[in-house]
Write a protein that binds this ligand. Sequence first.
Ligand SMILES: [Zn+2]
Ligand SMILES: [Zn+2]
Length: 519
Amino acid sequence: MAQFTMLDGATTIGGTKLLFEASTSPNTTRLLFDFGLSYTTMGAYFEEFLTPRTSAGLTDYLTTGLLPKLRFYRSDLTALLQEMQPELARQLADPGHIDACFITHAHVDHTGSISFLDEIIPLYATPVTAAILSAVEESQFSAGPENSVTDFILRPNLGSNKHGQRTLHELTAPVTFPDCRVTAYPVDHSIPGACAYLIEYDGGTVVYTGDLRFHGRMGHVTRETITALAGLHPDTVIIEGTNLRPDHQEEPMEPAFRRRCAFWSEQEVEQKALEEATKATGLILADFGMKDLDRLMTFQRVARATGRNLGIVPRDAFIVQRAQQAGYPTIDLNDPSVVLYVKRGGSGMYDKGDIKQDWARSPLLRFAGTDPDSLDAQGRRDAVEDVLNGSCPRIVRAAEVSAHQSAYLLSLGYWDIQELCDLRPGPGSLYIHSSAEAFNEEMHWSQERLARWLNLAGMDSIHIHASGHAPQEDLFRIVEELASTHVYPIHTEHPERYVEQFGSLATLLANGQIAQLHN
Ligand SMILES: [Zn+2]
Ligand SMILES: [Zn+2]
């Protein structure tokens, strides 16, 4: 008899952490599926300047429930906990040996707590997810204890910056363990590389959907996966429910944008964005998730159709390139109409001394026409010197964009909004917000702040978006097609919708609860 424990994320959107055990024997195979950060718990106890103390290791995370009280964390953090908080350390239950952690996709609500896991637990992800995770890790500006997937700084850090490592395997075939077998099935989501998992154990099968939809650019992939899985007649499905809503939805929060258009296909997003971009006579800014490379492609098509250059920042170019190397079809960085938008560095100038990390030099050199891989690190450092002086047509600064506003569509968002001071958008400029609407107070405050900036700049704004998640009718259709006898909703604030639709087939679980999977 197999079982799984809903460690976290039962009735919240994200924070997903599942523990699967192939039997109840002590030596059984134990697998984790996702180990995300719960934004709900984080927001309940912390905010921007009130964060879990890095110096306290696991303490704040365990105390507030951001991490489950189990004994499977990094050896350095476990030792620190035993010294700092012996009582709390004693409360951690031993789940037994964990054989692996499988990741569905590279969103933080599924991966943001991996940094704490015992370094001996191997990670598995699709090649594209692995590429995005390592590109994001390599290009992040602060290596806090919570955002290191494969490489982490050992604590306590007494100034020596000693590193620990964790292995991340790329899934290219099913992984077989003594008591079960795990196979990844690709799905479409608002990030490349997402997958669902099929777990086959002695006497049964489970499907965990991860986050998915049919209406994105890669929707056909989800369709093929559901058809293939339905043919295997899985006994149990653990399914997301992000877009489930109660019948009587409370009024949405007052929107920060002048016009709002929500669609259920990427084609409609493209069509509407094109219609708006055609009317805009000034600068266009498009704001969407940095890792949503399908949306990036949408805006590249809009830019091309309206005769504009698409401007992206170096970090986006770095992630695009890594995903492309891992086999994901995304925008062509060699297209001359794709340009790199560079911001002023810490010096206040555009100076090579401001570019301190090696990863940031590669996109600069690539856009300047030099192959960064043909140089060593020192060579890249020297070669960057001349590319920031405004002489490379594919590397643009605020002054160039400001002087030729109708020639650009910049992929720039809330976190770069101060650039408006330098860009000085003229009449006919447009801000396209193209990611999820505010669904909590903090996001709402951010959008109000954004609205004030747009007001200052005199910029028109519009919200054009299609959700990264399937709507209710598609989710219900998945359950019908898979025809499983047990349905466990997760990643939703309204799991009861599944019970209303499927009656006793659906079981609601609370965090920490165990579901027995019968043979
Ligand atoms: Zn999620
Ligand atoms: Zn997601």
